[in-house]
Every structure is written in structure tokens, then in C-alpha cells.
Design a protein around this ligand. Sequence first.
Ligand SMILES: Nc1ncnc2c1ncn2[C@@H]1O[C@H](COP(=O)(O)OP(=O)(O)OP(=O)(O)O)[C@@H](O)[C@H]1O
Ligand SMILES: [Mg+2]
Length: 369
Amino acid sequence: MSAQAQGAPGDWQRDVFRELGGAASAGAAQEAAAPAALPPAPPAPGEPARHGRPLPPPTPVSVPVVGPALDGSGPRHGDPLPRRAGRALRRGLTSSAARQTETATRIARAIQQPITTGRQIAVTSIRGGAGKSTVAALLALTLAHHRHDPVLAVEADPALGTLPRRLGATEIRWSCGDLAGIVDPSMQITDVTGYLLPFAGGGWLLPGSQGTIGARLDVETYRIVMTSLRRWFGTTVVDCETLPAEVARTALTTTQARVLVAPATTAGAATTRSVLDWMGGLHRSMLPTTVVVLVHTAPDMGLDGRRAAEYLGAGGARVIPLPYDRSLAAGGEIRTALLAGATREAAALIAAETMDRAMTRGSSRGGPR
Ligand SMILES: Nc1ncnc2c1ncn2[C@@H]1O[C@H](COP(=O)(O)OP(=O)(O)OP(=O)(O)O)[C@@H](O)[C@H]1O
Ligand SMILES: [Mg+2]
């Protein structure tokens, strides 16, 4: 889909710099707004960082993201062949085509809306394996595809998280903890992206760790990374640990919008309702800035979608189902070309609704701390 022209991409970055007390000149903000081209080669071990600051030793060595294909079959398309053929046929025959285009345009506009300060979106859940990393990756890929300003995906779940693999990373060198010790307001975006991994659509990924068992991410590191990187990235998606971990709770209450992922089961809906009630008690802005994604990790999860939407939507959250998709079930890198049509539509809707919500709480100042 072609991206819409937006307001000057430097605007939000200038505002962030102003908000930060003029830490950098408007000229520097303009430089920061320069499109993030190829990442510069990360500094070699022991080499002084740009701007004359020495790197904290030791410099991490790249570690491969392991992911052997054990099922023996190649990547599968989300939709079976007859459905793809049927859809192609219907596209040319039905009068709903115009309506579909209208909806797609409205959704694209919401995703692409201009922003004045960086927006950060936390993705979490009350259950492990609910689909957080998958939803975070779909959201980051959708935003990166549609938006002109830099999109960042942060993995704030260092314990063997799958976000890097979902976004196609093959090896990891720098992670949140490393960047927290390096990041400096005088850096330009091209300096910062040297420590990040590129993903499809022009987005950037900051892994939580090199995938070691027992790796930890403390709240202080999380805060440094998120407050520092906000000046360079228009939108940031954070893949959090399962609640009630402390970093996940911090992310939930300090971002402008949040996505609560739940398995599309009766039990999943019930526990998620408890989390929503707790969130609603923190601040009145919490539920209206929340999107609940009901993930179907199996073809028939047996949940009444309409009733679940009413039950979970009470208080202002928007509830969106993410359908079962064969290409997602296999794990591994998300190849957008293989996603089922319904999955792409759901991902676009999640991105549009989340951006709308992130805009209503323009800065985290008004919300809970
Ligand atoms: N829409 C979908 N269709 C089919 N399978 C899915 C879908 N979404 C997620 N899955 C599968 O569900 C499993 C859990 O997903 P994911 O790793 O994203 O969850 P998570 O909440 O990040 O887990 P963790 O708590 O371990 O971090 C994975 O095997 C993934 O492939
Ligand atoms: Mg995960």
C-alpha cells in the first residue's frame, strides 16, 4: 500500500528536543530526522565510540539467533490455496470492493497520522505464550510498512524471547543493557541505528539479550532505553514480559497506549478482565488507551467473539481478534507475504486502533506514573 504524505517528519523530533530542555539544537533535530539508511558498521571492540566517548568494555560478540527448522516442511501460506483463489475471484466480482478500499484507506490514515512526540506502545499479557511477541512483531511490521518516521521494536522480555526471530534477526550483538550504557543525547540517529538490527519495512529492533537463560532487564535499564530512544523514533513497540513482572507493569503505565494480549479462550478472557479492572483502577485514561487482542493459536478456540468483545470492552478498551494463521503457527520469521488476508487485516486494525489511542494521550504527563 502506498504511504500517504505526512507533515514534516522532523516536527515530532524537534518537539522532543524542546521538551528535553533544548538538549540539542534545532539543526541537530533536523539531522536526527534524516532517513535512517543503512546502519553504520558497529564500532569494533576497543574502538572509541563516535563523539570521543570510550565504549564500556567488553564489546559484545555477535551471537546467532538459533532456530532450526525441525518440522521438515517449508514455510506455509496463512490461507489455503482455494481460499486465496476464491478471494481473488470475488475481488473482481462484488460491489463490496469499494467499501473494502474505503475501510483500508481509513485504517492506513490512522496508522500514518502525523505525530508531534514519539509514541510508545507496550504489548503484554497475563499469561505466557498468549501471543505477545507475535502481536508485537505484527504491530511493528505494520507500522514500519506504513509510516515514514523511524519505527523501533524493543524486546523488554530478555528471557529467551522470540521477538528477534519473529522479525528475522539472524544474530544479536547489542541488547538493551548495552545500549543503556552507551546512549547519549548528542548521538545522531545514524549512530543509534549502528547498535540496532534492521527489519522489514525499514524498522529497527533492539533485542532484550543475546538469548541466554537467566538474562535480566531491570526497570532502570528499561527507563534509560525508553526515555533516550524516544527522541529518535516516532513510534516504539515494546514486547514485554508476562504480567505482573515489574518491567511489564512499568511499561504498561508509562507508555501512551498498550496492547493486552489474551488467548481466545474463556479462561483467557476471564483473567484478562481481572487485569483490565486493575488497570482501570490505576487511572481513568488506562482502559480507553488499551487494545485487547484475542489470539487464536488454534483453528477453533471455542470463544464467542461478540460476547467476549462486550465483556472485555467494558470500560473503554477496544477488542480485536487475531485469527489462527498457519504461517504464524510455525513460529520463526514472520513473512508478511505469506500472512492470511484476515491476519493482515487484523494487524492493520490493531495498528490503527493503537495509534488512535496513543494519540489521545499525547504525552505520558497526564497519565499514571
Ligand atoms: N495468530 C496465530 N495463529 C497461529 N499461531 C499463533 C498465532 N499467534 C501466535 N501463535 C503461536 O502461539 C505461540 C505463542 O506465541 P508467542 O511466542 O508470540 O507468545 P508470547 O506471549 O510472546 O510467549 P512468551 O510468554 O513465551 O513470551 C507461538 O508458537 C506462535 O507461533
Ligand atoms: Mg514472547
